[in-house]
Each structure stands twice: as structure tokens, then as C-alpha cells.
Design a protein around this ligand. Structure first.
Ligand code: PAF
Length: 279
């Protein structure tokens, strides 16, 4: 591995590079990101390195996964800093331009069901179809053996896993554990939007989910535990989109005895944060 990752900005160049690495019998791992990298991303990149000899990090703020009223234009773009952080960790940083990913005349959409239904989709109906199209393109452009996705975006992880299986894309989707601040706040590129006061109350999402998981383990009905968590988050001054218990694997509505995951999304001022915990 070179100390400084190679910057690649076109699908053609990416394919050519991957062909050379394959000729050396390298396994290829891809870490798809939108940049504004933090320790959560870097943990995924290190995990990728343990799986493959060639590690590609894509940085692309994907317009199709943002609604017109969302934060696409103000989403942090920090390529110089990201490049520094990836020195010695990644081999390639793939930074395609928007018109390389979505050339004039682009007309394909992916319609998702199963784990994409409900939760995020109730509040961001455009989101998973945008994620699905961009990750499918990244998988096919890179021909990677592995793609790593953080569990922080748990529904996204499940949607992408289903997508790759359903479309027979020969790639293994590998989950990475959520990295947290010492007070429990999950690392997120959007945490940098928080004012100091907002940052101080943000851990209430994780704390309330952990409490709900503990309550369920000691016999509280999941619906009651998540309702309590929702009230605790609201009481701290956040606006809750959802707090829900779902089947941990396919995100269907929970039935007695199935493994559960608790998921939440809430607004602190103008910033929307998500988190989840196992039960
Ligand atoms: O999780 C993200 O940062 C994005 O949704 C992803 C997977 C890079 C697709 O744009």
C-alpha cells in the first residue's frame, strides 16, 4: 500500500485500477462514504484492510438520496482533510463527479420493499431508492469482493444487504460496529451541525434506547418500552420521528421470541440524528 491513496475520479479509471489489482490476485474491499470522515468511517476502513489487499474508499455526496428540503447543499465537504485521514489506510479514494455518476439522460430508479419499508422511509421516502442506485453503481464499478457499512445506519445496512442478494451482485456486505463518543453519542458526520447545547443533550437518544432494551430484557412489552424511550427523548427537547422495535434481521414488525433491534430518529433543532441498539 502507498502511504498516500491514489485519487480516482472516473468509473473508467476505477475499473482499470481494479483490473491491475486483480491481476496481482488482490481481494478488493469498498467503503462507500459521503466524506466528512470520522473515526466511525476509519474503523470501517481498518476492517476493510483486514479483509482485502486493495481498499477503496468512495466519497460521493449522492444527490438522489436527499429531498429538495434536506441538507445536500450544506452537507460538509472536506476532501483535503478526508485525504489526510486516509493516508496509510486506503489505497484509493474514489471521488466521482455528479455527472460521471448521473450522466445526462440517466433514467433508472430502484423500488425497494422488505427492510426498506417504514422507519426512515416514512420520513425520507426518497432516501433508500437514492442509496440503492448509488451503491449498486459503486458495487458494479468497483467489482469489489466486500463492501463495508456501519451499523449506525442499521436500516441502510439491511436494505443494502437485501439489494445485493436480490440482484445477484457478487459482493459480500460486511457490517461494522457503531463507534460512539464516551457519552454514547454515535459518531456521525451530521454531529458537526450541533451547537454546544444541542451536543450536550444528543446522547439522550442512545441512553433511552439502551434503557428500553434493558426494560425489554426484563419483561417489558417492546411497544411500551419504545413509547417510554420516545417520551424520554421528547422530554429532553428533541422532536422524535420514530422509536421502534423491529425484527433484527429483516426489520419486520416484531413477534414474540424474535431477536429485536431498537431504532430511533429524532431532531435536535435543525439536525436529524439516528441510532439503534440490539436488545
Ligand atoms: O451512509 C452513507 O454515507 C451513504 O448513505 C452511502 C452508503 C455512502 C450512500 O451514498
Amino acid at each position: 500500500m502507498n502511504q498516500n491513496p491514489t485519487l480516482i475520479d472516473s468509473p473508467e479509471q476505477l475499473r482499470a485500477m481494479v483490473k491491475v489489482q486483480r491481476g496481482k490476485d488482490h481481494k478488493i474491499a469498498l467503503v462507500p462514504t459521503m466524506g466528512a470522515l470520522h473515526e466511525g468511517h476509519l474503523a470501517l476502513v481498518r476492517q476493510a484492510r483486514s479483509l482485502a489487499q486493495t481498499v477503496i474508499v468512495s466519497i460521493f455526496v449522492n444527490p438522489t438520496q436527499f429531498a429538495p428540503n434536506e441538507d445536500f447543499s450544506r452537507y460538509p465537504r472536506t476532501l483535503d482533510r478526508d485525504t489526510e485521514l486516509l493516508a496509510g489506510l486506503a489505497d484509493v479514494i474514489y471521488v466521482p463527479a455528479v455527472d460521471a455518476m448521473y450522466p445526462k439522460g440517466f433514467a433508472t430508479k430502484i423500488v425497494l420493499e422488505g427492510p426498506a419499508l417504514g422507519l426512515e422511509s416514512d420520513f425520507r421516502p426518497h432516501f433508500f431508492s437514492g442509496v440503492a442506485i448509488v451503491v449498486s453503481k459503486l458495487f458494479l464499478q468497483s467489482g469489489a469482493d466486500y463492501a463495508l457499512f456501519g451499523e449506525k445506519d442499521y436500516q441502510q445496512l439491511k436494505v443494502v444487504t437485501r439489494l445485493a442478494a436480490d440482484l445477484d451482485i457478487p459482493i459480500q456486505i460486511v457490517p461494522g460496529e457503531t463507534v460512539r463518543e464516551s457519552d454514547g453519542l454515535a459518531l456521525s458526520s451530521r454531529n458537526r451541525y450541533l451547537s454546544p447545547d444541542e451536543r450536550a443533550i444528543a446522547p439522550v437518544i442512545h441512553q433511552s434506547l439502551v434503557q428500553a432494551a434493558a426494560d425489554i430484557r426484563t419483561g417489558t412489552e417492546p411497544g411500551i418500552a419504545t413509547e417510554r424511550a420516545s417520551k424520554a427523548i421528547s422530554a429532553a427537547g428533541l422532536r422524535v420521528d420514530y422509536v421502534a422495535a423491529r425484527h433484527a434481521e429483516d426489520l419486520s414488525a416484531p413477534t414474540p421470541g424474535v431477536p429485536l433491534r431498537l431504532l430511533a430518529a429524532a431532531w435536535i433543532g435543525g439536525t436529524r440524528l439516528i441510532d439503534n441498539v440490539p436488545v
